[in-house]
Design a protein around this ligand. Structure first.
Ligand code: ADP
Ligand code: MG
Length: 921
C-alpha cells in the first residue's frame, strides 16, 4: 500500500544504513540458485516477473529511472478445494457452482441454470492440483525474488474451510506430498543461503481484534508496528526473532506457533478463522562486490576510500499471510459477536479490501492507516514487494455468495501494481568494526616498533660508552706503565754512568801518583789498556742508548695506535647517533600516517551522513516530481553539496559557510513562511542543517530563526515540518540563552501541541529531546512545570518507541538534577514537582527498562529524588524505594550504585521503612 512515501530528516547523528534501491533486471539471474529441477523453462517461471495480464517488468521501465524500481503486478491464483465428505452427501444432486478451465486460466461462475460469468486469473488451480504445483506456481517466483534481495509476500484469501491454511501452513509430516508453502519455501531458502555469511530469522504473529500477539512467545501480546518513514519499511521490533539453522527447527517453530495459536484462541474465546496469522522470514545475504548495485554506483575516486570499501548486504523479507475467513466481513454482526469484536475482526479485513480497491482504481488516497493489517502489508500491496495472492474457494453451490465475493476480491487485487526495489545497503557497522580493528593493529604495531627502536638505541649507546671508557682506561694504564719503565731505565743508566765516571776518576788519580815513580814503558802499556777499556765502555753505552731509543719508538707507536682507535670509536658513536635520528624520523612518519588514517575515517563518517541526506533529498524529489518551485533552493543545495563529495576536508563547514554567502540567512528564513509547503519543508531542512552546527546557532537566533521555527510548529500542519523544526529547536535548545528565549516565546506549549498531534515516533523524539534540553536549565524549573512541560514529556511515553522513551528519561533526569541542586542550595522547598505531576509511577515502571540509556537516566533521576527527605514518603508508597535498593546493589555503574547506597543510608525515613520490613541495606 503505497500511500505517503515517508521521508524523514534526522538531525545530528545518522543511524542505520544508507539504502539504495535498484530496479530488478528483467532477465536477472536466469539460473536462480534455487534448485527448481522440475520447473520447465517456459512453464510458470515465465510469469515470474508478473508478465501475465500486462503487469510485468519492461526494459523501458527498468532503464527509465534507476531509482524507481520495476513494475511488478500482484499475481493472483485461484484454487478450488475438492468436495469434502459432507459436500459429497449434501450436494450430491447439485452441480458445483463453478467450472474451471485451467488451460485457459479461466473460471465460470454459475449465475443460474442458464447463465454464467467468466473470470480470468493468472493461474487457475483445480481440485486436483498438487501442493507441489501450487507452491511452484504461487510461491516460487516470490521466493526467487526474495533470494535476489527483494521483499516478497504470499497471502491466502477465502472463506473459512476453503483451504487457506492447507495451502500455506500444512506441515505434511505424515505425508510429505501435502507440505504447504511455508515449509517448502524454507526448504528452498535454506538450500540457497550460506549459514556462515548469511543470516535467516523468523517471526510468527497473530493479529486478532487489532492486537498483535507473538505466536512464539504468547506472553508478548501487544506488539506495536513501527514504520520507518524514510524507507517506508514496516517492522515489529517487539516480536521474537528466532534464528533458523535447519529445516527441522523451522518446522518445530511452526508447530510451536500453531500450539500457541490454539491456546491463545481458547483463552480469548476465538478460533483461528477469526484471526490472521503472519509469518515473517528475514533473509540477510552478503553480496560480492561485482554483483552489487551499490558498489558499482559508488564511484568514489579516492584511493583510500577504495581500500576501505564497506561490504554490501541485501536484507529482504518474505511475508506469508493466512488471513481470517472472508465470510466474516458480512456475517460478523449477525452471528452474535460482541459489537467490539465484530468491529475489530473485520476492521482489518475490510480495510484491506478498501485499500485494494483504492489501489486497483489508482485512487489518490489509500487508507493504509485504517487497520493494523493494512499497515503491516503496506509494502505488499502498492509497495516494493513481489506479491502473490492465492484465493481459495469451495465447490458447494450453497456458498455461491461467498465464492463470488472471493473471486471479485481476487480480480481487483490483480490490478494492483507494485514497484519492486532491491533491498541492498552498505554494511557500515561491519566496515567500522573492520577499520577499528585495523587501526588498533597499526597503533599496537607502531608502539611495538617504537619500543624496539628505543631499546636498540639504548643498547648501542651503552655499548659504545663502555668501549670508549675501556679503551681510555687501557690507554692510560699502558701510558703510565711505559712512563714508569722508561723512568726506571733512565735512572739506572744515569746511575751506571755516574759509577763509571767515579771509577774512571779514581783510576786517573792513582795513575798520576804512580806515574812519577814507575817505569815509563809500563806506564804507556797501562794507559793503552785503560784506553781500550774506555772505548769498550763507550760502545756498551752507545748500544744501551740505541736500545732505549728503540723502546721509546715502540711505545710511541703504541700510543699512536691507541689514539687512532679512540677516534674510530668516536666516529662510530656519531654514526649511532645519526641512526637514532633516522629512526626518530621514521617514528614521526608513522605517527603522521596514523593521523591521516583517522582523518580518513572521520571523513568517511561525514560522507555517510552526506549520502543519507542526499538519499532523503532524492526520495523526496521523486515523491513530487512536479514541484519545481523549490528548484532554486534545491540546485543551490546540491551545488553547495556536490564538491563535498569529490573533495574531502572541512567540507561540512565550508558548504554551510557557502550557503550563508550565496543565499543569505535572511532569505532562507523568509522561505520558512513561503506559501508552498514543499518550499517550506525544504527551507526548514536547510535551517535545521545549519542549526546542527554550533557556530551558526547564534546567527540563526539573531536573525529571528528561532521565532520562525516556533511559528512553524504553531502554523504548519505538515508532520515533516514539525519533525524537522522540532529537531532544529532541540539543537538550539542546547544553549542557555536560547533556552530562555524558547520559554518566553511559549515553546513548551508549542512543543506539547506538536507532540499531541505527531504520529511519527521521530517527531516525538525531537520534541522530547528539545524539552529534555530545557529541563537541564536551573532557572526555568518552575516555568517548565507551570507550562505543562513535565506533563508533555509523560504524555509522549504512550508511543512506546525506545528512542522517545530515552529522551523522556533524559528530560526527567535533567529536571531531577536541577531540583536536587536547588533543594541543596535551599532555593527550593517542598516535594519534587516531578512527583507532584505524577511522574513517579512511570519512573518506577521503567527503572529497570531493558534499553540501557533509559535505565541509566531513570536510575540517576531516582537518586536525585531520593536525596531529599520530603520526597521519601511518596517514593516508599510508589515502590521507588525498592528500585533504589536494587540500584544500590546491582547497578552496573559504580558511581550510581554508591550514590544510591549513600542516599538510602542517610535518609531516616528510608531507614525506618527498611527496618520495619527488616531489610538490611
Ligand atoms: P481454511 O484455512 O481456509 O479455513 P483449511 O485449510 O483449514 O481451510 O481447510 C479445511 C479442510 O479442508 C481441512 O481439513 C483441509 O485438510 C481440507 N482441504 C483444504 N484444501 C484441500 C485440498 N486442496 N485437498 C484436500 N483437502 C483440503
Ligand atoms: Mg485456516
Amino acid at each position: 500500500m503505497a500511500a505517503s512515501g515517508g521521508y524523514n530528516y534526522r538531525y545530528g547523528s545518522q543511524r542505520g544504513a544508507l539504502r539504495v534501491d535498484r530496479p530488478l533486471s528483467v532477465n536477472s539471474n536466469p539460473k536462480s540458485s534455487v534448485k527448481s529441477k522440475s520447473l520447465p523453462a517456459s512453464g510458470p517461471r515465465r510469469n515470474s516477473t508478473g508478465s501475465t495480464g500486462g503487469g510485468g517488468a519492461t526494459g523501458a521501465a527498468a532503464s527509465k529511472n534507476d531509482n524507481t524500481g520495476v513494475l511488478g503486478r500482484v499475481r493472483v491464483a485461484l484454487r478450488l478445494r475438492p468436495r469434502n465428505a459432507e459436500e459429497m452427501v449434501a450436494d450430491a444432486d447439485f452441480a458445483d457452482c463453478v467450472e474451471l478451465q485451467p488451460e485457459l486460466k479461466r473460471l465460470k461462475l454459475r449465475k443460474n441454470n442458464w447463465d454464467t460469468d467468466t473470470y480470468e486469473f493468472d493461474e487457475v488451480l483445480t481440485e486436483f492440483a498438487s501442493q507441489k504445483r501450487v507452491y511452484e506456481v504461487v510461491a516460487k517466483p516470490v521466493l526467487e525474488s526474495v533470494l535476489e534481495g527483494y521483499n516478497g509476500t504470499v497471502m491466502a484469501y477465502g472463506q473459512t474451510g476453503t483451504g487457506k491454511t492447507y495451502t500455506l501452513g500444512q506441515l505434511g509430516e505424515e505425508d510429505t506430498a501435502a507440505r504447504g508453502i511455508m515449509v517448502r519455501a524454507m526448504e528452498d531458502i535454506l538450500a540457497d543461503v550460506s549459514l556462515e555469511s548469511d543470516s535467516l530469522s523468523v517471526s510468527y504473529l497473530q493479529l486478532y481484534m487489532e492486537t498483535i500477539q507473538d505466536l512464539l512467545d504468547p506472553a508478548n501480546d501487544n506488539i506495536s508496528i513501527v514504520e520507518d518513514p524514510k524507507t517506508g519499511d514496516v517492522s515489529v521490533p517487539g516480536a521474537s526473532l528466532v534464528e533458523i539453522r535447519d529445516q527441522q527447527s523451522f518446522v518445530e517453530l511452526l508447530r510451536l506457533g500453531e500450539a500457541h495459536r490454539f491456546a491463545t484462541n481458547t483463552k480469548l474465546n476465538t478460533e483461528s478463522s477469526r484471526s490472521h496469522a503472519i509469518l515473517m522470514v528475514n533473509v540477510k545475504k552478503s553480496v560480492k562486490g561485482k554483483d552489487s548495485a551499490l558498489s558499482s554506483q559508488n564511484g568514489n575516486n579516492s584511493h583510500m576510500v577504495k581500500s576501505l570499501k564497506a561490504p554490501v548486504v541485501r536484507k529482504s523479507k518474505l511475508v506469508v499471510v493466512d488471513l481470517a475467513g472472508s465470510e466474516r466481513i458480512d456475517k460478523s454482526g449477525s452471528e452474535g459477536h460482541t459489537l467490539e469484536e465484530a468491529k475489530s475482526i473485520n476492521l482489518s479485513l475490510s480495510a484491506l479490501g478498501k485499500c485494494i480497491n483504492a489501489l486497483a482504481e489508482n485512487s489518490s488516497h489509500v487508507p493504509v492507516r485504517d487497520s493494523k493489517l493494512t499497515r503491516l502489508l503496506r509494502d505488499s500491496f502498492g509497495g516494493t514487494a513481489r506479491t502473490s495472492l492465492v484465493v481459495t474457494i469451495g465447490p458447494s453451490p450453497r456458498h455461491r455468495g461467498e465464492t463470488a465475493s472471493t473471486i471479485m476480491f481476487g480480480q481487483r487485487a490483480m490490478k494492483v501494481e507494485n514497484m519492486l526495489k532491491l533491498k541492498e545497503e552498505f554494511d557500515y557497522k561491519s566496515l567500522a568494526r573492520r577499520l577499528d580493528i585495523q587501526l588498533d593493529k597499526i597503533i599496537a604495531e607502531h608502539e611495538r616498533q617504537q619500543k624496539v627502536f628505543e631499546d636498540e638505541m639504548e643498547r648501542i649507546s651503552i655499548e659504545a660508552q663502555n668501549r670508549i671508557s675501556e679503551v681510555e682506561r687501557n690507554y692510560t694504564d699502558v701510558l703510565e706503565e711505559e712512563r714508569l719503565k722508561y723512568q726506571k731505565d733512565y735512572m739506572e743508566s744515569i746511575k751506571k754512568l755516574e759509577e763509571q765516571l767515579v771509577m774512571t776518576q779514581r783510576k786517573h788519580g792513582s795513575e798520576k801518583i804512580t806515574n812519577g815513580h814507575e817505569d815509563d814503558g809500563f806506564n804507556v802499556a797501562s794507559s793503552k789498556e785503560s784506553c781500550r777499556l774506555h772505548v769498550e765502555e763507550i760502545d756498551d753505552l752507545t748500544k744501551l742508548l740505541q736500545k732505549e731509543t728503540m723502546l721509546r719508538k715502540a711505545v710511541e707507536e703504541e700510543v699512536h695506535n691507541l689514539k687512532s682507535q679512540l677516534t674510530q670509536w668516536k666516529r662510530s658513536e656519531a654514526a649511532g647517533k645519526s641512526e637514532i635520528l633516522k629512526l626518530r624520523k621514521m617514528l614521526e612518519d608513522e605517527e603522521h600516517q596514523k593521523e591521516k588514517l583517522e582523518g580518513e575515517i572521520a571523513r568517511l563518517h561525514s560522507q555517510l551522513l552526506q549520502r543519507s541526506f542526499e538519499a532523503d533529498e532524492t526520495s523526496q524529489q521523486l515523491d513530487r516530481s512536479g514541484a519545481e518551485k523549490i528548484g532554486a533552493l534545491e540546485s543551490l543545495m546540491t551545488q553547495v553539496r556536490k564538491p563535498q563529495l569529490k573533495d574531502s576536508g572541512n567540507e561540512e563547514k565550508a558548504s554551510i559557510a557557502k550557503l550563508f554567502e550565496q543565499v543569505g540567512l535572511q532569505k532562507i528564513l523568509s522561505l520558512l513562511e513561503a506559501e508552498d509547503n514543499d518550499v517550506r519543508i525544504h527551507a526548514v531542512k536547510v535551517v535545521a542543517n545549519l542549526a546542527a552546527e554550533e557556530a551558526n546557532q547564534e546567527k540563526i537566533v539573531e536573525a529571528g530563526g528561532l521565532t520562525s521555527l516556533l511559528m512553524l510548529l504553531k502554523n504548519s500542519e505538515d508532520e515533516t515540518i514539525h519533525r524537522v523544526a522540532a529537531g532544529a529547536i532541540a539543537n538550539l535548545a542546547m544553549n542557555e540563552i536560547n533556552q530562555e528565549l524558547i520559554m518566553t516565546q511559549g515553546g513548551i506549549s508549542l512543543l506539547s501541541m506538536t507532540a499531541a498531534n505527531g504520529e511519527d515516533p521521530q517527531t516525538l523524539r525531537m520534541v522530547a529531546g528539545a524539552i529534555a534540553n530545557l529541563c537541564g536549565n536551573d532557572k526555568l524549573q518552575n516555568k517548565i512545570r507551570g507550562e505543562g512541560g513535565i506533563k508533555a514529556l509523560l504524555g509522549m511515553v504512550s508511543c512506546g518507541h525506545p528512542d522517545v522513551l530515552a529522551q523522556v528519561a533524559r528530560g526527567i533526569a535533567n529536571f531531577a538534577k536541577c531540583e536536587s541542586r536547588a533543594s541543596t542550595q535551599g532555593t527550593k522547598t517542598g516535594k519534587s514537582l516531578l512527583i507532584e505531576d505524577g511522574a513517579l509511577a512511570w519512573i518506577v515502571q521503567n527503572a529497570n527498562n531493558e534499553a540501557a540509556p533509559i535505565k541509566r537516566h531513570i536510575e540517576l533521576a531516582l537518586c536525585h529524588l531520593a536525596q531529599h527527605e520530603v520526597n521519601a514518603k511518596d517514593m516508599i508508597t510508589s515502590g521507588a524505594l525498592w528500585e533504589l535498593v536494587r540500584i544500590s546493589q546491582d547497578c552496573s555503574r559504580e558511581d550510581i550504585r554508591t550514590l544510591a547506597y549513600r542516599t538510602l543510608t542517610s535518609s531516616p525515613t528510608f531507614q525506618a521503612e527498611l527496618r520495619r520490613l527488616r531489610i538490611d541495606n
